[in-house]
Design a protein around this ligand. Structure first.
Ligand SMILES: NC(=O)c1ccc[n+]([C@@H]2O[C@H](COP(=O)([O-])OP(=O)(O)OC[C@H]3O[C@@H](n4cnc5c(N)ncnc54)[C@H](O)[C@@H]3O)[C@@H](O)[C@H]2O)c1
Length: 264
């Protein structure tokens, strides 16, 4: 049987062209995957502004950079507004902020729980909230939040970080639903064990000596089905794809780049 398929009679709108954001703010872009994302965005000809709490951001080769703290809603709004003024608007946001910790619930003091949530969950919320008026003014755009593979699956002795990343992944889905009608696509890229980056080094520094650091490093490598650490450029490539008009149907998606860590 042949099924009649007529775009016009079915009221299906034409495909594209879709907005290809050119003015992009990267928050958490001083080091690691954020810095790699800045580089890849610039290589693709886009204009980039960078925000970070680490003053290394001021040495970034981006068009504009400023200090800003995602745990302070007013401060991150000030920083994002400065980026908009410098770029002449904002068409996409990539939020790469993160801090890690370690511990079961028993081992995690309330202050540490709150510190994890302030950066890893409140941070993407406050940053998106600051960027949304600018994206709206541009007629739409994209938000990409870097979260984690351990926001998708649980992990031993890492309760606060995993819970905060899971919250951020779900925040992405909720924002995707709320803002898709305004032509703003929201997605998350979940890195697996990735290095070299600031967080990869700081994770290993939580282990007391060279022997335990080497054992942990090997344990992390073994969780990747290719027996390797993901490179920051691989995460940056996924982030640039999710920003771009190559991904018009990606809305609220969890793009996991973890060498298969989370599938078994
Ligand atoms: N490296 C890994 O193995 C790994 C694995 C899974 C997920 N991640 C996630 O990937 C993202 C990038 O991390 P990375 O590994 O490149 O580490 P990184 O430390 O190099 O990058 C994180 C950046 O966030 C910035 N930042 C931290 N707190 C901030 C704040 N309050 N305000 C503004 N900026 C702040 C840091 O200064 C840093 O530049 C993070 O969301 C992290 O949680 C990393």
């Amino acid at each position: 049987m042949t099924i009649a398929y007529d775009r016009d009679s079915m009221n299906i709108p034409p495909l594209g062209p879709y907005l290809d954001p050119q003015k992009v703010v990267v928050v958490g872009g001083a080091t690691g995957m954020g810095a790699a994302t800045v580089r890849k965005l610039r290589e693709s000809g886009r204009k980039v502004a960078v925000v970070d709490v680490n003053d290394a951001v001021l040495k970034s080769e981006a068009e504009f950079s400023t200090l800003g703290d995602v745990t302070d809603a007013e401060d991150i709004k000030r920083a994002i507004d400065e980026c908009a003024a410098a770029l002449g608007g904002i068409e996409a946001l990539v939020c790469c902020v993160g801090i890690n910790g370690r511990g079961t619930v028993d081992e995690t003091e309330p202050a540490e729980w709150n510190r994890q949530f302030a950066v890893n969950a409140f941070g993407p919320y406050a940053t998106s909230r600051a960027a949304l008026p600018h994206l709206r003014e541009a007629g739409g755009g994209a938000i990409v939040v870097l979260t984690s593979q351990v926001g998708v699956v649980g992990q031993a002795q890492n309760a606060a970080y995993c819970a905060a990343k899971a919250a951020a992944i779900h925040l992405v889905r909720c924002m995707a639903i709320d803002y898709a009608p305004e032509n703003i696509r929201v997605n998350t890229v979940c890195p697996g064990i990735t290095g070299p980056t600031g967080m990869f080094d700081s994770w290993l520094s939580l282990f007391p000596d060279e022997e335990s650091r080497a054992a942990e490093s090997q344990r992390q490598i073994e969780t990747n089905l290719q027996k390797r650490i993901v490179h920051p450029d691989e995460i940056a490539a996924a982030a640039v794809f999710a920003v771009s008009n190559a991904a018009p149907g990606f809305i609220g998606q969890t793009i996991v780049v973890d060498g298969g860590y989370s599938i078994h």
